[in-house]
Design a protein around this ligand. Structure first.
Ligand SMILES: Nc1ncnc2c1ncn2[C@@H]1O[C@H](COP(=O)(O)OP(=O)(O)O)[C@@H](O)[C@H]1O
Ligand SMILES: [Mg+2]
Length: 380
């Protein structure tokens, strides 16, 4: 990479997360442009209309692998191959994809990478909230134009969904179940008829081949705005689980922390991320309400304690170690992040945490440094 590299150049470290222009978080198609280009070049399997890669290559992009020319594709998602295959296969049909799971199970992450690999762009996205209006799914108007010239194609402001339909691309709808039910209904016609009527112009927009929807929903939001059965039928639901084992979860955390650390230029000793195991152990024990040896049952705090939060505890620890320590992440560097991840509710969660600290952490001889570091923060 040269000094004159423009914003479309890819970072030297794939997935490092910054580019020449110093963009904090380039979209997946930019951060992993080299991998995507190599896959595109070597991919000789059939591609569905408008797809940048074959379903096989999309799956390889997500799960990682080594290509015939030696290019190493880094794993983006760590988990069951079948889940990814089902997701990709669904996108190749006329059924939309719904990624469901508790917070921090990589729903957004997987959706972004799927869109990047299939359509070459992950940027068509609707962020679902209680305030999401129909314009975000259908279209809106440029009111200055509308008042001056009346309704016309030029006055119409297409939504990301409409643009995806016209371009034959994937559009992501984040947190679908937070969107009010009547607004969700706008998706039904789009998914079943593949058209979007524009009665004001007496016309309609027809979806081009390659169009499809990737939605995400948090299954803790169940009951907020449950999907109607009409809408549910248009989706293939893929549930993203929490990592099955400690070593799998620690592996995910280690990979992400290494890549985030590189992006933030943290000059830390990434080889020595031993704290990862402890942080993940604490998270898994509190989440499941029982110690790893299944002997002691525990109260669970209100916080989710997802893999994503373990990643952020470790990244903060890395910053502390890099800037104020010797670069090796130790108990002192993770203690504060750990406590703030667990204690979200100052009363209930604090009780849960104190109990865990005094009954579990204290008793583990090789955890005495962690016990001390946590006690020092919060002398009870
Ligand atoms: N199984 C997994 N494989 C790879 N990364 C994961 C996995 N689970 C969680 N992560 C990481 O955790 C973070 C999860 O974030 P996100 O996709 O925002 O979760 P969600 O949308 O499900 O709440 C991402 O940085 C992702 O890399
Ligand atoms: Mg998300």
């Amino acid at each position: 990479m040269t000094d004159t590299a423009g914003p479309t150049d890819t970072p030297t470290d794939p997935g490092a997360g910054t580019d020449a222009a110093g963009v904090l978080r380039p979209p997946a198609e930019q951060a992993f442009a080299d991998e995507l280009a190599a896959l595109e070049r070597l991919d000789d399997r059939p591609r569905p209309p408008k797809w940048r890669l074959s379903p096989w290559a999309v799956t390889t992009y997500l799960l990682g692998g080594t290509l015939s020319d030696g290019t190493v594709v880094t794993p983006k998602y760590v988990g069951a191959r079948r889940l990814v295959e089902v997701a990709v296969a669904s996108l190749a049909t006329d059924r939309a994809l719904l990624l469901l799971g508790v917070p921090g199970t990589a729903k957004t992450w997987v959706g972004e990478h799927l869109a990047a690999a299939v359509s070459g762009s992950s940027r068509l996205v609707v962020q679902g909230t209680a305030g999401t209006a129909e314009e975000s799914i259908r279209y809106g108007w440029n009111y200055a134009r509308l008042l001056a010239d009346g309704p016309s194609r030029d006055a119409l402001v297409p939504s990301p969904v409409m643009r995806a339909m016209q371009a034959g691309r994937l559009v992501r709808v984040e947190e679908l179940t937070r969107i009010p039910a009547d607004v969700q209904d706008a998706l039904i016609t789009i998914l079943s008829e593949k058209t979007l009527p524009v009665p004001e112009l007496d016309t309609e927009v027809q979806a081009v081949q390659g169009f499809n929807v990737i939605a995400t929903a948090n299954n803790r939001d169940k009951g907020v705005n449950d999907l109607s059965s009409a809408l549910k039928r248009r989706f293939t639901t893929v549930v993203l689980p929490l990592p099955a084992t400690l070593s799998e979860e620690a592996d995910i955390v280690r990979r992400r922390v290494a890549s985030l650390g590189a992006a933030l230029r943290l000059p830390a000793d990434l080889e020595h991320l031993a704290e990862v195991e402890r942080v993940v152990t604490v998270f898994r024990e509190l989440r499941s309400g029982v110690t790893a040896d299944q002997r002691t049952s525990l109260k669970s705090p209100s916080a989710t304690l997802s893999t994503a939060e373990a990643i952020s505890v470790m990244t903060n620890g890395l910053a502390l170690a890099a800037h104020f320590g010797d670069g090796r992440v130790g108990a002192d560097d993770v203690a504060a992040g750990l406590v703030s991840a667990v204690v979200k509710d100052p009363v209930q969660d604090r009780i849960v945490w104190q109990e865990y600290l005094e009954t579990v952490v204290k008793d583990r001889r090789e955890w005495s440094d962690l016990y001390r570091a946590c006690r020092d923060l919060d002398p009870a």
